[in-house]
Design a protein around this ligand. Structure first.
Ligand SMILES: [Ca+2]
Ligand SMILES: [Ca+2]
Length: 243
């Protein structure tokens, strides 16, 4: 937990996740997570038992929630709440305890380049489905206690589709295009190119370099904190019926 911040503000609220695109375009890409059960403060374990046996549910609550909390920026209660959401998403299409791409698309909103990129990153072992551990590890970057470094890393990975370690112009271009499309907007290819060129120019990236490396990206995040400032969710923790 060394990389997590401890001074989290516990604010009851939505679960809107936003990753701002690279400046200077100012056209954020937004991912909206499915509404959680924050409006029903009373524990409703029957929702979970639809998918889990009482035994496996208790196992998570008693032992695994604590362990997962130790490995992420979440508290055991937050892990439990996320577990709830996870199992709801994982049963949207195929109730197999795993989230496939279609379930992820439906849960997050609609299919787009950005959402598919998120899925690819969260699916760490690249087996085509997101398991609970992968889900939790990824969500940890969106925790209010996650460090700037964690958020920056996740954001960098979203852009760096090729995994080369450098964000190329075509990757920024693709992300911008998707971001605009999500808003029902579009730019001429030449306008898009010019916007990407300006972004790279403003960051001092030359034509000769392979693209934006993580250090340059981190420096940009320091200059433009809005790139990650909205990359935070508040996990609505329900009051437990029993302790
Ligand atoms: Ca599933
Ligand atoms: Ca996986």
């Amino acid at each position: 937990m060394g990389t997590c911040n401890s001074n989290a503000n516990k604010v009851a609220g939505g679960t809107k996740v936003t990753i701002q695109p690279l400046p200077p375009d100012g056209l954020p890409a937004t991912v909206k997570l499915p509404p959680s059960k924050e409006s029903s403060p009373v524990a409703t374990p029957q929702l979970l038992t639809r998918h889990l046996s009482q035994r496996s549910m208790n196992k998570l609550l008693a032992k695994d929630a604590k362990r997962f909390a130790g490995e992420t920026c979440f508290t055991p209660d937050e892990v439990t709440a996320l577990h709830d959401t996870y199992f709801k998403i994982s049963s949207i299409q195929d109730d197999d305890g795993l989230i496939n791409l279609e379930e992820f698309r439906r849960a997050v909103g609609h299919g787009s380049y950005f959402i598919d990129r998120m899925f690819t990153i969260i699916d760490k072992d690249k087996n085509g489905t997101i398991d609970f551990n992968e889900y939790l590890q990824a969500m940890s970057a969106f925790s209010e206690r996650a460090s700037v470094l964690q958020k920056t890393r996740f954001c960098f990975d979203v852009y760096n589709a090729s995994g080369s370690g450098y964000i190329s112009k075509s990757e920024v271009r693709e992300m911008l295009q998707a971001s605009l499309k999500d808003r029902g907007l579009s730019l001429d290819p030449s306008e898009l190119d010019s916007l990407v060129d300006k972004t790279f120019e403003s960051m001092g990236i030359t034509e000769q370099s392979r693209g934006i490396d993580f250090q340059t990206f981190s420096e940009m995040v320091k200059r433009y904190p809005t790139v990650i400032s909205n990359m935070t969710i508040t996990v609505p923790v329900r009051q437990r019926a029993t302790k």
